[in-house]
Design a protein around this ligand. Structure first.
Ligand SMILES: Cc1ncc(COP(=O)(O)O)c(C=O)c1O
Length: 472
């Protein structure tokens, strides 16, 4: 039976225009105090982010607040474009990119990624429908994630997506049955469980005894590979492994990719399938702290280029495609959450500013314990000196603190605060219903112009869909 599609690179995954130096051959940018990369004159290179000169994507925050209300999510598409092209510029030709939709599933953002020619990585039927509506051809879509229900697998099979990553022997059996019933040969990857440590030594996938909810241990990988090789309904193409989240260490990321490829090779040799695709997952980090060094892209490029050369000399690896599924790296810095100060007080000598938004919309600080940078935007003529301010939201929980002790000119009620780096796992990872506040609108900016992409939702609208019980 013919395979649904070939295993060629995903359509539209053309590499970026040639970088000025061969991929991977540029030397790492020198680093200054605080780890920021320096330009040729030793000046820190500004971050590629939405806030520049006190404006969000070139627009005064007060204008955005006036136009769309607060709290508000704003994303700068130009920042996304620069992130995409800077990553593409260092990737060797064997690499493709798929945008991890979960990081920001707003239709306008996903559509933008489709226009940029990336692939898409989805984890649910909802995300499959999102990428379909965003204009991704099915052959550019990959699906990975634990607990895929039959209906979700069926949808992916019916759409004919590029590849489905299988997370367990049980899922393999269900997918095989769906493929058989549908008369399809479904391209698959097997997902290897990794321990979260991305160093080459620790990511020994086959034979590992790590625990966790993602992927399979070495024993199950081998068993699933053997079963898939035997199956007329499955086309085993390779391996998937996600190393670690928010990695800022280019060397560790490269080690993870290399060890995944070598593990996939071992699996292919021992079970007899032709290795065509390796998916190294996402995990490319962004600096959340003021002084954190950014991911060293030239170093990453050099390491990947060196390994791609080694693969080219290996008959079993020559011609493989390697997929990376970044989310955070592509969209994180494009986003800001704009909120207005409602109240300011001093509690036992500590200054506290209470906003009209909080962790119900930006859950990450409470979820992973990492503060985001906050900036007072649009306050003019203040001669006051910056001092530590606790920036908190209106929720009745002590968890609702976006930044404890942010160094700010004391904000007054009515002032605007921008929370930075919220383009990934911001709106989508929030808990908007808690305390029945309005759900913020989302807005994109491109070339200094703004557009509403999702309107604000007022509490009445979800009050209106509720019912008092009428028992049957
Ligand atoms: C399978 C998979 N791919 C890609 C990603 C994106 O990761 P990141 O946003 O850290 O790049 C995730 C995140 O959870 C994931 O689970």
């Amino acid at each position: 039976m013919a395979v649904d599609r070939d295993s060629a690179p995903m359509p539209g995954q053309a590499q970026a225009p040639a970088p000025t130096t061969a991929p991977g051959s540029a030397s790492a940018a020198p680093r200054g105090p605080g780890g920021l990369a320096l330009d040729g004159r030793g000046r820190p290179i500004a971050r590629n982010e939405i806030l520049r000169n006190g404006r969000l994507g070139g627009i005064a925050p007060s204008v955005l607040a006036e136009r769309y209300g607060t709290p508000l999510y704003v994303y700068d598409l130009d920042v996304i474009d620069r992130q995409v092209s800077s990553l593409r510029a260092v990737l060797p030709a064997a690499f493709d990119l798929a945008y991890a939709v979960k990081s920001n599933p707003a239709l306008a953002i996903v559509s933008h990624m489709a226009e940029l020619g990336l692939g898409a990585d989805v984890a649910s039927a909802g995300e499959l429908k999102t990428v379909e509506r965003a204009g991704f051809a099915p052959g550019r879509v990959v699906m990975t994630g634990p607990g895929k229900r039959d209906a979700e697998l069926q949808l992916a099979v019916d759409m004919g997506i590029h590849v489905i990553t299988v997370e367990s022997p049980g899922e393999l059996g269900r997918l095989e049955a769906i493929a058989a019933a549908s008369g399809r040969v479904v391209p698959i990857l097997l997902r290897a469980a990794v321990t979260g440590d991305a160093s080459l030594e620790k990511v020994r996938l086959i034979g590992d005894e790590g625990a966790g909810k993602f992927g399979m241990d070495g024993r199950d990988l081998l068993a699933c590979a053997r079963r898939a090789v035997e199956s007329p309904h499955l086309d085993l193409q390779g391996l998937h492994a996600f190393g670690a989240s928010n990695l800022l260490d280019a060397g560790a990321l490269a080690n993870h990719i290399e060890s995944t490829v070598l593990t996939a090779r071992r699996l292919a040799v021992s079970t007899g399938f032709t290795l065509r695709l390796v998916d190294g997952g996402g995990g490319l980090g962004i600096p959340y702290d003021q002084d954190e060094p950014a991911l060293d892209l030239p170093l990453l490029g050099r390491r990947l280029a060196a390994m791609a050369e080694r693969w080219a000399a290996d008959p079993l690896l020559r011609g493989i495609r390697v997929l990376m599924e970044p989310g955070r790296f592509l969209v994180g810095q494009s986003g800001a959450y704009l909120a207005r100060v409602v109240d300011r007080k001093s509690v036992n000598g500590s200054m506290v500013a209470i906003l009209d938004g909080g962790v119900h919309h930006v859950l990450r600080p409470a979820l992973v314990g990492q503060e985001h940078r906050v900036r007072l935007v649009g306050k003019s003529n203040s001669l006051a000196k910056p001092r530590p301010v606790t920036v908190a939201g209106p929720l009745c929980t002590g968890l609702d603190v976006i930044a404890a002790g942010a160094l700010l000119v004391p904000p007054d009620p009515g002032d605007l605060i921008a929370v930075l780096d919220v383009g990934a796992y911001g709106y989508t990872e929030s808990m908007p219903w808690f305390l029945s506040h309005p759900v913020p609108a989302e807005v994109v900016i491109r070339g200094g112009k703004s557009a509403l992409i999702r309107p604000r939702v007022d509490p009445e609208s979800w009050l209106n869909i509720q019912r008092l019980p009428e028992f049957e």
